[in-house]
Write a protein that binds this ligand. Structure first.
Ligand code: CP3
Length: 370
């Protein structure tokens, strides 16, 4: 711990934990940490719609850094969206207030797949790489920057349905009616995603997280058959560069397949305790997660108790503290801060020995700002 002032700049805590090294405490960050729950984000958003914000590197870099300043998290995540590369492939993308993302011309046939471009990502997505470089420069080594993308199956869920969906009739229908045709779409998405994520690494991303929000729609056998091959195209193409994190939402039944994925970190939702995930996955990967985002609506004292429990659950191996899905816009900033501070304080080696749930020292809680 004495070296904590020197080491992080050279070899950040978050990256060491990704690689499975024993660390002086658990790193913590929050999915969607740059977002609407933050007044500072809403102030920037008042001047620009969501896509403009993504496409203006100065603004995207500014909101990328906000949660590092406000919450003291141990990693920043690039401000962008998983759907941006689809626009670069020629699919019109609209974010309409209230409706979330909309693709006015959904891709639902082999012909429509053929019409999608496989672009040279540097040109249409250059704003993402510029934002990354700017965020790295602004952070100046304080914490690492995570780049990200969606898995082909999750990207297809939006592109094929034309936006958010409850039952995914078009995607699932296609997967049964013409799995090979859908497979062509997924491989095309995989190739562009790989180029996009490689370019993020070249622009300075120090880890890459893949978001698989909808993989859990498939049973284990069909996930292996349909969703996994394009994921492997991406992971095989990225391996050895930076730590890879795989996030899965709603897919506890897929853990046997996830255990075999060539990634350093598995990030899971809250529906299964981490000890159970660890038992299924084995000792070979770091685990990230997995507090229920709604738990941050509880009073700070309860949040602390839950963090202590979460740390106890994660004790079987390297653990990166996070939520199980994105932070809710209704979350009070003070609660997000309590979550981060509790994770940082209670996970200090030895202190997380399980009996710490009631121990609180508020003067340590605000350390990471400044
Ligand atoms: O985590 C971060 O702070 C980095 C930025 C980030 C965003 N989206 C910004 C965003 C990341 C990593 C994402 C990932 C993402 N985007 C996923 C995977 C994770 C998940 O949540 O399941 C998905 C499925 C998307 C697609 C997407 N973008 C949807 C469905 C929506 C609408 C729902 C919503 O939360 O509003 C978005 C919009 C979006 N992406 C916002 C932000 C901050 C809100 C836009 C706003 O400011 O109005």
């Amino acid at each position: 711990m004495a070296a904590a002032g020197i080491l992080p700049a050279m070899d950040p805590l978050f990256l060491r934990a990704c690689r499975g090294e024993a660390t002086e405490r658990a790193p913590v960050w929050i999915m969607r940490q740059a977002g609407r729950y933050l007044p500072q984000y809403r102030a920037v958003r008042a001047r620009a719609d969501f896509l403009t914000l993504c496409k203006t590197p100065e603004l995207a870099a500014e909101v990328t850094v906000q949660p590092v300043d406000v919450l003291g998290v141990d990693a920043a995540i690039l401000f962008a969206d998983i759907l941006l590369p689809l626009e670069a492939m020629g699919a019109e993308l609209v974010f309409s207030p209230g409706d979330g993302p909309v693709f006015p011309q959904p891709v639902r046939s082999r012909e429509a797949v053929e019409r999608l471009r496989e672009p040279d990502v540097e040109e249409p997505l250059g704003y993402v790489f510029d934002a990354l470089r700017l965020a790295r420069r602004t952070l100046d080594g304080r914490v690492p920057v995570i780049g990200f993308g969606g898995t082909p199956w999750t990207l297809a869920a939006y592109l094929v349905e034309g936006g958010a969906s409850k039952q995914f009739p078009h995607l699932l229908g296609w997967s049964w009616a013409d799995p090979e045709g859908l497979g062509r779409l997924l491989q095309r998405l995989a190739r562009t995603s790989l180029a996009y994520l490689r370019a993020q690494v070249e622009a300075g991303a120090q880890a890459i997280q893949l978001f698989d929000t909808w993989g859990g729609l498939l049973d284990l056998a069909r996930w292996r058959q349909i969703a996994l091959p394009p994921v492997l195209t991406i992971l095989d193409g990225l391996r050895g560069r930076v730590p890879l994190v795989y996030y899965l939402h709603g897919g506890a039944h897929l853990l046997p397949a996830l255990a075999e994925l060539p990634v350093e970190v598995l990030s899971v939702d809250w529906r299964q305790p981490l000890s159970e995930v660890r038992r299924r996955v084995g000792p070979g990967k770091a685990l990230q997660g997995n507090l229920d985002p709604a738990a941050l609506l509880a009073p700070p004292a309860e949040i602390e108790r839950r963090v202590a429990e979460l740390l106890a659950e994660g004790r079987g191996g390297p653990h990166i503290v996070n939520l199980g899905h994105g932070i809710l816009p209704a979350t009070p900033v003070e609660h997000a801060r309590a979550f981060v501070a509790a994770a940082q304080r209670l996970s200090v080696a030895g202190a997380a020995a399980g009996e710490t749930a009631g121990v609180t020292s508020p003067e340590r809680a605000a350390t990471a700002r400044a």
